[in-house]
Ligand binder design. Structure first.
Ligand SMILES: [Zn+2]
Length: 293
Protein backbone atom coordinates (compact mmCIF):
# COMPACT_ATOMS: atom_id res chain seq x y z
CA UNK A 1 0.00 0.00 0.00
CA UNK A 2 1.24 3.46 -0.81
CA UNK A 3 2.48 5.19 2.31
CA UNK A 4 0.38 8.35 2.04
CA UNK A 5 -0.68 8.66 5.68
CA UNK A 6 2.70 7.95 7.22
CA UNK A 7 2.07 10.44 10.06
CA UNK A 8 -0.20 7.79 11.55
CA UNK A 9 2.84 5.61 12.21
CA UNK A 10 4.18 8.13 14.69
CA UNK A 11 0.82 9.00 16.18
CA UNK A 12 0.70 9.52 19.93
CA UNK A 13 -3.02 9.76 20.42
CA UNK A 14 -5.03 11.38 23.17
CA UNK A 15 -8.63 10.35 23.49
CA UNK A 16 -11.51 12.64 24.42
CA UNK A 17 -14.53 10.38 24.74
CA UNK A 18 -18.11 11.53 24.73
CA UNK A 19 -18.99 9.06 27.50
CA UNK A 20 -17.18 10.69 30.38
CA UNK A 21 -15.86 14.04 31.66
CA UNK A 22 -15.24 16.64 30.39
CA UNK A 23 -18.13 15.95 27.97
CA UNK A 24 -20.55 13.76 29.93
CA UNK A 25 -22.59 13.98 32.08
CA UNK A 26 -21.90 17.73 32.21
CA UNK A 27 -20.00 19.66 29.58
CA UNK A 28 -16.95 21.18 31.22
CA UNK A 29 -14.77 21.47 28.16
CA UNK A 30 -11.83 23.79 27.57
CA UNK A 31 -10.04 23.06 24.29
CA UNK A 32 -6.99 25.16 25.22
CA UNK A 33 -6.57 23.18 28.42
CA UNK A 34 -6.85 19.95 26.41
CA UNK A 35 -4.14 21.08 24.02
CA UNK A 36 -1.93 22.07 26.94
CA UNK A 37 -2.25 18.54 28.38
CA UNK A 38 -1.60 16.93 24.99
CA UNK A 39 1.56 19.01 24.54
CA UNK A 40 2.81 18.38 28.07
CA UNK A 41 2.44 14.65 27.57
CA UNK A 42 3.95 14.48 24.08
CA UNK A 43 0.81 13.83 22.04
CA UNK A 44 0.40 14.75 18.40
CA UNK A 45 -3.09 13.46 17.54
CA UNK A 46 -6.36 13.92 19.37
CA UNK A 47 -9.25 11.54 18.86
CA UNK A 48 -12.42 13.32 19.84
CA UNK A 49 -16.07 12.30 19.78
CA UNK A 50 -18.39 14.74 18.04
CA UNK A 51 -21.18 12.34 18.95
CA UNK A 52 -21.22 10.13 22.02
CA UNK A 53 -24.37 9.72 24.04
CA UNK A 54 -25.21 13.11 22.59
CA UNK A 55 -23.85 15.35 19.85
CA UNK A 56 -21.22 17.85 20.94
CA UNK A 57 -21.55 19.96 17.83
CA UNK A 58 -24.64 21.59 16.31
CA UNK A 59 -26.46 19.05 14.15
CA UNK A 60 -30.02 18.20 13.32
CA UNK A 61 -29.23 14.51 12.84
CA UNK A 62 -28.57 13.48 16.46
CA UNK A 63 -29.78 14.74 19.86
CA UNK A 64 -27.39 17.44 21.06
CA UNK A 65 -26.19 17.57 24.64
CA UNK A 66 -28.53 19.69 26.76
CA UNK A 67 -25.60 21.83 27.94
CA UNK A 68 -24.22 22.54 24.48
CA UNK A 69 -25.85 25.93 24.01
CA UNK A 70 -24.48 27.49 20.85
CA UNK A 71 -21.07 25.85 21.16
CA UNK A 72 -19.32 23.57 18.68
CA UNK A 73 -16.77 21.55 20.64
CA UNK A 74 -15.32 19.81 17.60
CA UNK A 75 -14.56 23.17 16.01
CA UNK A 76 -13.15 24.49 19.29
CA UNK A 77 -10.82 21.50 19.44
CA UNK A 78 -9.72 21.94 15.83
CA UNK A 79 -9.09 25.67 16.35
CA UNK A 80 -6.96 24.98 19.42
CA UNK A 81 -5.10 21.98 17.99
CA UNK A 82 -4.10 22.96 14.48
CA UNK A 83 -1.80 25.89 15.36
CA UNK A 84 0.09 23.49 17.63
CA UNK A 85 0.53 20.86 14.91
CA UNK A 86 -1.87 18.44 16.57
CA UNK A 87 -4.01 16.44 14.17
CA UNK A 88 -7.69 15.87 14.91
CA UNK A 89 -9.52 12.63 14.19
CA UNK A 90 -13.21 12.48 15.11
CA UNK A 91 -14.48 9.27 16.62
CA UNK A 92 -17.88 8.44 15.14
CA UNK A 93 -19.65 5.48 16.73
CA UNK A 94 -22.03 3.69 14.36
CA UNK A 95 -24.98 1.82 15.82
CA UNK A 96 -23.41 2.59 19.14
CA UNK A 97 -23.57 3.81 21.88
CA UNK A 98 -27.33 3.91 21.62
CA UNK A 99 -29.83 6.48 22.84
CA UNK A 100 -31.22 7.43 26.24
CA UNK A 101 -33.73 4.87 27.47
CA UNK A 102 -36.40 7.50 28.09
CA UNK A 103 -36.33 8.98 24.56
CA UNK A 104 -39.76 8.38 23.07
CA UNK A 105 -40.00 11.11 20.47
CA UNK A 106 -39.46 10.70 16.75
CA UNK A 107 -37.32 10.15 14.86
CA UNK A 108 -35.41 8.42 17.69
CA UNK A 109 -38.18 6.00 18.52
CA UNK A 110 -38.11 4.78 14.91
CA UNK A 111 -34.36 4.06 15.24
CA UNK A 112 -34.88 1.45 17.96
CA UNK A 113 -33.96 -2.21 17.56
CA UNK A 114 -36.99 -4.34 18.45
CA UNK A 115 -37.84 -7.82 19.62
CA UNK A 116 -40.34 -10.15 17.94
CA UNK A 117 -43.19 -8.53 19.84
CA UNK A 118 -42.22 -5.17 18.35
CA UNK A 119 -41.02 -3.80 21.70
CA UNK A 120 -37.88 -1.73 21.91
CA UNK A 121 -34.91 -3.71 23.08
CA UNK A 122 -33.47 -2.46 26.32
CA UNK A 123 -29.77 -1.88 26.51
CA UNK A 124 -27.66 -2.19 29.59
CA UNK A 125 -25.54 0.34 31.39
CA UNK A 126 -22.74 1.86 29.35
CA UNK A 127 -19.48 3.40 30.60
CA UNK A 128 -20.85 6.77 31.50
CA UNK A 129 -23.54 5.30 33.75
CA UNK A 130 -25.97 5.74 30.93
CA UNK A 131 -29.13 3.66 30.48
CA UNK A 132 -29.89 3.20 26.84
CA UNK A 133 -31.76 1.44 24.09
CA UNK A 134 -29.98 -0.04 21.05
CA UNK A 135 -30.34 1.29 17.53
CA UNK A 136 -31.03 -0.64 14.30
CA UNK A 137 -28.88 0.06 11.25
CA UNK A 138 -31.80 -0.71 8.91
CA UNK A 139 -33.95 2.00 10.46
CA UNK A 140 -33.92 5.68 9.42
CA UNK A 141 -30.86 5.94 11.68
CA UNK A 142 -28.83 4.75 8.68
CA UNK A 143 -29.55 7.96 6.79
CA UNK A 144 -28.89 10.03 9.92
CA UNK A 145 -25.43 8.55 10.48
CA UNK A 146 -24.62 8.99 6.80
CA UNK A 147 -25.58 12.65 7.09
CA UNK A 148 -23.46 13.03 10.23
CA UNK A 149 -20.42 11.54 8.51
CA UNK A 150 -21.02 13.74 5.48
CA UNK A 151 -21.30 16.98 7.45
CA UNK A 152 -18.32 16.27 9.71
CA UNK A 153 -16.08 15.30 6.80
CA UNK A 154 -17.18 18.20 4.64
CA UNK A 155 -17.47 21.00 7.20
CA UNK A 156 -14.51 20.41 9.50
CA UNK A 157 -10.75 20.39 8.95
CA UNK A 158 -10.31 16.82 10.20
CA UNK A 159 -7.28 14.67 9.42
CA UNK A 160 -9.02 11.30 9.36
CA UNK A 161 -12.19 9.57 10.48
CA UNK A 162 -12.39 6.81 13.06
CA UNK A 163 -15.44 4.54 13.09
CA UNK A 164 -16.40 2.28 15.95
CA UNK A 165 -18.82 -0.34 14.68
CA UNK A 166 -21.10 -0.58 12.83
CA UNK A 167 -22.96 -2.58 15.44
CA UNK A 168 -26.21 -4.43 14.95
CA UNK A 169 -27.97 -6.60 17.56
CA UNK A 170 -26.75 -10.19 17.40
CA UNK A 171 -26.62 -13.29 19.61
CA UNK A 172 -23.74 -11.96 21.70
CA UNK A 173 -24.93 -8.42 22.08
CA UNK A 174 -28.33 -6.87 22.61
CA UNK A 175 -30.20 -10.15 22.84
CA UNK A 176 -30.26 -11.53 19.35
CA UNK A 177 -31.82 -10.43 16.10
CA UNK A 178 -33.68 -7.20 15.43
CA UNK A 179 -37.26 -7.68 14.24
CA UNK A 180 -38.15 -4.07 13.52
CA UNK A 181 -40.29 -3.36 10.48
CA UNK A 182 -37.28 -2.08 8.55
CA UNK A 183 -35.34 -5.30 9.16
CA UNK A 184 -38.31 -7.47 8.25
CA UNK A 185 -38.82 -5.62 5.00
CA UNK A 186 -35.13 -5.51 4.06
CA UNK A 187 -34.63 -9.20 4.83
CA UNK A 188 -37.69 -10.19 2.85
CA UNK A 189 -36.54 -8.15 -0.12
CA UNK A 190 -33.07 -9.69 0.05
CA UNK A 191 -34.06 -13.31 0.56
CA UNK A 192 -37.81 -13.72 0.09
CA UNK A 193 -37.93 -15.05 3.68
CA UNK A 194 -39.08 -13.95 7.09
CA UNK A 195 -36.43 -13.42 9.77
CA UNK A 196 -36.15 -16.76 11.60
CA UNK A 197 -37.28 -17.06 15.20
CA UNK A 198 -33.82 -17.26 16.71
CA UNK A 199 -34.77 -17.09 20.36
CA UNK A 200 -32.54 -17.19 23.40
CA UNK A 201 -30.55 -20.21 22.28
CA UNK A 202 -29.09 -19.43 18.90
CA UNK A 203 -28.64 -22.69 16.96
CA UNK A 204 -25.76 -22.17 14.54
CA UNK A 205 -26.52 -25.52 12.89
CA UNK A 206 -29.81 -24.11 11.65
CA UNK A 207 -29.24 -23.00 8.03
CA UNK A 208 -31.86 -20.26 8.38
CA UNK A 209 -30.00 -18.77 11.32
CA UNK A 210 -26.72 -18.89 9.45
CA UNK A 211 -28.26 -17.29 6.42
CA UNK A 212 -29.77 -14.53 8.51
CA UNK A 213 -26.50 -13.64 10.19
CA UNK A 214 -24.60 -13.79 6.91
CA UNK A 215 -27.02 -11.16 5.69
CA UNK A 216 -26.46 -9.09 8.84
CA UNK A 217 -22.70 -9.21 8.35
CA UNK A 218 -22.56 -8.71 4.60
CA UNK A 219 -25.44 -6.37 3.91
CA UNK A 220 -26.21 -4.60 7.15
CA UNK A 221 -22.98 -3.99 9.05
CA UNK A 222 -20.39 -4.21 6.27
CA UNK A 223 -22.82 -2.59 3.85
CA UNK A 224 -23.26 0.36 6.21
CA UNK A 225 -19.53 0.69 6.64
CA UNK A 226 -18.86 0.51 2.92
CA UNK A 227 -21.32 3.34 2.36
CA UNK A 228 -19.74 5.51 5.08
CA UNK A 229 -16.23 4.96 3.71
CA UNK A 230 -17.42 6.01 0.27
CA UNK A 231 -18.90 9.21 1.70
CA UNK A 232 -15.60 10.16 3.36
CA UNK A 233 -13.44 9.33 0.36
CA UNK A 234 -15.67 11.20 -2.06
CA UNK A 235 -15.24 14.35 0.00
CA UNK A 236 -11.61 14.19 1.13
CA UNK A 237 -8.51 12.08 0.82
CA UNK A 238 -8.12 11.34 4.51
CA UNK A 239 -7.58 7.99 6.20
CA UNK A 240 -10.54 5.96 7.40
CA UNK A 241 -9.71 4.01 10.52
CA UNK A 242 -11.64 1.27 12.27
CA UNK A 243 -11.65 -0.64 15.46
CA UNK A 244 -10.36 -4.09 14.64
CA UNK A 245 -10.22 -5.49 18.14
CA UNK A 246 -13.90 -6.14 18.16
CA UNK A 247 -13.85 -8.06 14.91
CA UNK A 248 -11.23 -10.47 16.09
CA UNK A 249 -12.58 -11.11 19.54
CA UNK A 250 -13.31 -14.84 19.60
CA UNK A 251 -16.89 -14.42 20.71
CA UNK A 252 -17.95 -11.78 18.21
CA UNK A 253 -15.86 -12.41 15.07
CA UNK A 254 -18.49 -14.80 13.78
CA UNK A 255 -21.09 -12.09 13.51
CA UNK A 256 -19.08 -9.08 12.45
CA UNK A 257 -16.99 -11.01 9.96
CA UNK A 258 -13.29 -10.35 9.61
CA UNK A 259 -12.89 -9.31 6.01
CA UNK A 260 -13.81 -5.71 6.64
CA UNK A 261 -10.13 -4.84 6.86
CA UNK A 262 -10.23 -4.41 3.09
CA UNK A 263 -12.23 -1.21 3.59
CA UNK A 264 -9.86 0.35 6.11
CA UNK A 265 -6.75 2.46 5.75
CA UNK A 266 -5.84 1.50 9.28
CA UNK A 267 -6.90 0.14 12.62
CA UNK A 268 -7.18 1.17 16.16
CA UNK A 269 -6.96 -1.92 18.30
CA UNK A 270 -8.84 -2.14 21.56
CA UNK A 271 -11.15 -4.33 23.57
CA UNK A 272 -8.74 -7.27 23.54
CA UNK A 273 -8.73 -9.10 26.85
CA UNK A 274 -5.28 -10.64 26.81
CA UNK A 275 -1.83 -9.55 25.68
CA UNK A 276 -1.91 -12.27 23.04
CA UNK A 277 -5.16 -10.95 21.60
CA UNK A 278 -3.75 -7.41 21.53
CA UNK A 279 -0.73 -8.69 19.60
CA UNK A 280 -3.02 -10.55 17.25
CA UNK A 281 -4.92 -7.33 16.56
CA UNK A 282 -1.73 -5.37 15.90
CA UNK A 283 -0.47 -8.12 13.62
CA UNK A 284 -3.63 -7.94 11.54
CA UNK A 285 -2.72 -4.35 10.77
CA UNK A 286 0.89 -5.14 10.05
CA UNK A 287 0.26 -8.24 7.97
CA UNK A 288 -2.30 -6.49 5.77
CA UNK A 289 -0.11 -3.44 5.22
CA UNK A 290 -2.52 -1.13 7.02
CA UNK A 291 -1.78 1.55 9.56
CA UNK A 292 -2.01 0.71 13.23
CA UNK A 293 -2.62 3.53 15.66
ZN1 LIG B 1 -34.09 -3.60 12.78
Amino acid sequence: MEDIYDWLKTGRVHLIDGYCPPLYPKIDFDADRMVQIIKETGGNIVRMQPIGYYAYYPTKHFPVHPDLGGRDLLQEMIDASKPEGIKVIPYIPVGHPFLPLDFEEEPYNSWAARNRAGERKRGGWHYGYFRNFPICLNSPYREAIRAIVREITANYDVDGIYFDGPNQPNPRWMFGACYCKYCRKAYYEATGKEIPNIGERCDWNDPEVRRYYEWVVEEVTSGTLRGLCDIVKQIKDIPVLFNNGLWLSPNVAMWVGNNRYELADGFLFEAAETLLQKMHNVMLGRSTGKYVW
